[in-house]
Ligand binder design. Sequence first.
Ligand code: DGI
Ligand code: FE
Ligand code: FE
Length: 190
Amino acid sequence: MKTVNYDAIIKSRLSEKRYIHSLNVAKEAVRLAKKYGADEEKAYIAGILHDICKEDSPETQLQIIEKYGITVDEFTLQSTKLYHAKAGAAYVLGELGIEDEDIINAILYHTTARKNMSILETIIYLADYIGEDRNYNGVDEMRTETEKSVLDGMIYALKFTMQDLAGRELVIHPDTFDAYNQYILEKRGS
Ligand code: DGI
Ligand code: FE
Ligand code: FE
């Protein structure tokens, strides 16, 4: 893969706080990639770029999504917080020319998760929850579960997110349910 200074691109597009978050997610993703056997370079790239469109307005995010032909369903359209993952993938594909399907999917599904995630997708999803800058009630347990296995980490993260969303009466995306159900059945069978 060609070497590009993604660090500078992210720094120019995001606030200091979210730039640091992006670096932390990239670092954590590389560590998890080593631990769980994913491609470390892809983990770095997907990690540093995952929130590239996070600080664009919802209108701009939708424009980017449309410009690069990413399709979004009605639940995504109803939840502006979900736009940045789809816009980020569209931007990375369309503006940065990154065509690696696994990297694009890791960015597309980093907020909702989905059924049948690749190892890279799960690593970006988990790294987003446990990067150094994260400091929420439950982050210690989230870190502990992620050290046990990807399965334990995913179940904890999905449970945590669904409880949080339901508590705030927000739409829970069906992809999140699909991921949750898959991992629960997998745990039961293991
Ligand atoms: O972008 P980050 O803040 O680093 O993290 P993220 O991409 O996981 O986004 C978290 C935000 O997305 C948080 O405000 C909750 C929201 N979110 C996550 N899943 C869903 C969701 N919002 C809705 N409405 N539905 C979801 O399924
Ligand atoms: Fe995000
Ligand atoms: Fe993030």
